[in-house]
Write a new protein. Structure first.
Length: 317
């Protein structure tokens, strides 16, 4: 037993020494230009690492990038204080990268729609990739065991309507993430994962939504958000949203109940007038399908029920 413990101790020491040797011998910063170039080419946008890049071995192996920026059309589209990529060590020896984890710490995504209707994430059309030769297998998807976003933020700005929507304190964890790498086809249909989402606050000029929690699954072009809970106008909402991209156009299904919200708060937020006071419950059950927003508006169907309890009218002529 004593010899076994000594042997295990020696093996552990050798592993630590090997880890230290890798940290000393592998200069990840020397590969920053290659990393930036590879990501930029893959996304068709400018990717830059403002801080240092380092290799981490404990508690798990990975590459850590500080102050990452994704730019498009001359402005920052996304930034992250830290981008961590978990990798398997053994494949690195043969210059292969096998990703086990993707983690973003304090990322900020800024989406803008210009007065011309174009979004800041739009890129010029890219040359078509020649079809794979007969008998050659298509590119394998990027598969990641786990991914996460912590303390994230999303800002959406519409320059034409001069409106702004902000989502704060976003935490997201995903499992079994698969992202297609083959060019062409419908990219969103090829994504699959399951995960949990929480948003502390979502606000516009008129409305504030808080304590958003949801379970999200995606596969075969279908995105399911259920259960989906939140707090709005003093009430609590629960239900689900289903988005189906697998057919002709986009199919949307919303089934939700917002219980015991305050009528006066909703009216103050929507019309600035508090004619109605008291608790209410609204239950929309809606469906739509279309190739664009206008098409979905035209096809919108379903029911919306509204109930109140002890309501009072004030200040109406």
């Amino acid at each position: 037993m004593k010899r076994l413990l000594i042997t295990l101790g020696i093996l552990a020491a050798l592993l630590v020494l090997a880890g230290v040797a890798i940290l000393l011998l592998v200069d990840v910063n020397a590969h920053k230009p290659r990393i930036e170039s590879a990501v930029s080419d893959a996304l068709g946008m400018e990717f830059r690492i403002g801080g240092k890049a380092r290799l981490r071995l404990f508690p798990s192996a990975g590459i850590v990038l500080s102050d990452a920026h994704l730019r498009n059309r001359g402005t920052d589209l996304a930034t992250a204080e830290t981008l961590r990529v978990g990798v398997l060590l053994r494949p690195l020896l043969s210059r292969r990268v096998v990703i086990t984890e993707l983690a973003l710490e304090k990322p900020v995504l800024r989406i803008e729609k210009g007065t011309d209707g174009r979004f800041n994430f739009e890129t010029p059309p890219r040359p078509a990739v020649p079809a794979a030769k007969e008998g050659k297998a298509p590119s394998a998807p990027l598969v990641v065991s786990a991914g996460s976003v912590s303390a994230g933020k999303i800002v959406y700005i519409d320059r034409k309507s001069k409106s702004e929507t902000t989502l704060d304190a976003i935490d997201l964890s995903v499992r079994d993430l698969s992202i297609p790498t083959t060019a062409g086809g419908k990219f969103l249909e090829g994504i699959s994962f399951s995960g949990d989402l929480s948003v502390k606050e979502m606000r516009t000029k008129e409305i504030t939504v808080s304590d958003v929690h949801a379970k999200v699954t995606a596969g075969a072009g279908v995105y399911e958000i259920r259960p989906f809970t939140m707090k709005l106008f003093g009430g609590t909402g629960e239900g689900g949203i289903r988005v189906d991209l697998s057919g002709e156009g986009t199919a949307l299904k919303v089934t939700y109940t917002l219980s015991k919200f305050r009528a006066e708060e909703s009216l103050a937020g929507l019309s600035q007038k508090e004619y109605l006071h008291g608790p209410m419950t609204v239950t929309p059950d809606l469906s739509a399908r279309g190739k664009d927003v206008e098409g979905m508006k035209r096809s919108l169907s379903g029911t919306v029920s509204l109930q109140g309890d002890g309501l009072t009218l004030r200040g109406m002529d």
